[in-house]
Design a protein around this ligand. Structure first.
Ligand SMILES: O=C[C@H](O)COP(=O)(O)O
Length: 271
């Protein structure tokens, strides 16, 4: 999170809450209202730090209605999308539907999709293409498991995932891309990668993006960290130069805790 001389961020931070398979459509509305009220009470500047939530598919229509009706500042996205537009793909959801529901973002290649649904980098690449086709900004998730981390090969592994997932990703759409580094061993485990681990990988990811798309394009891409983030760890992570945001799972289900993560700047002194 580089801050430049006039106290502006080099890249607008994005704090994203992935609700995973939690919160039915009624609970989801309550959580979102509470989050917006908490942030409004705290006079949070959404222009300065963007806030996004990723509810389950079944919540999205309710979220759309609430955001539009009450003119909320929180934006939202989906947790996955199909590589296809329509057809005999039982249970899948098209990017076109998500776009119609007002989604800004879509998570692509989350580790739980890769692990539980065998999503390869090739499939992830086709989902990135589908996201762009339907004007959704993809948040591409990458990251290594525990064994790879212990072998010391985590940077090579993660960059290969990045390259293969981005195969065919058009240079003219790099400004839409967000990358989330999520070490799988730190997801839902309480183990947080240290700020220096997050910075090491975020810098490596940016370096790879420079190699693929050039300095100017890569400088604009936001790189998030995800994995057991809490309000207590957010400020230190966000102090790192190449960490431009956080992808938060469990802690995003508590409006107060998530609002404190969004307001990470308040905690810089205590970090
Ligand atoms: O998408 C979010 C990440 O998987 C992190 O989840 P977590 O904060 O529960 O560890």
């Amino acid at each position: 999170m580089a801050i430049i001389w006039n106290n502006e961020f080099l890249r607008r931070p994005l704090i994203a809450g992935n609700w995973k398979m939690n919160m039915d459509h009624v609970q989801g509305i309550t959580l979102l209202q509470k989050l917006e009220w908490t942030l409004d009470d705290a006079k949070h500047s959404f222009q300065r730090v963007e806030v996004a939530v990723f509810p389950p598919f079944t919540d999205l229509r309710g979220v759309q209605t609430l955001v539009a009706g009450d003119d909320l500042d929180v934006v939202y996205g989906a947790q996955d999308l199909s590589p296809f537009d329509s057809g005999a793909y039982t249970g899948d959801i098209s990017g076109q539907f998500l776009s119609r529901l007002g989604c800004t973002y879509v998570l692509v290649g989350h580790s739980e999709r890769r692990t539980l649904h065998d999503e390869s980098n090739e499939v992830v690449a086709s989902k990135l293409a589908a996201a762009l086709k339907h004007s959704l900004q993809p948040i591409l998730c990458i990251g290594e498991g525990l064994e790879v981390r212990q072998s010391g090969d985590h940077v090579n592994f993660t960059l290969q995932q990045l390259r293969e997932s981005l195969a065919g990703y058009p240079a003219e759409s790099v400004d839409k891309l967000v990358v989330a580094y999520e070490p799988v061993w730190a997801i839902g485990t309480g183990e947080v990668a240290g700020p220096e681990d997050a910075q090491e990988m975020a810098a490596a990811i940016r370096g790879e993006l420079v190699a693929l798309y050039g300095v100017e394009a890569a400088e604009g891409v936001r790189v998030l960290y995800g994995g057991s983030v809490k309000a207590a760890s957010a400020a230190a992570l966000m102090s790192e130069k190449d960490v431009d945001g956080l992808l938060v799972g469990g802690a995003s289900l508590d409006a107060g805790e998530f609002a404190n993560i969004v307001r990470f700047e308040q905690h810089f002194g205590n970090a």
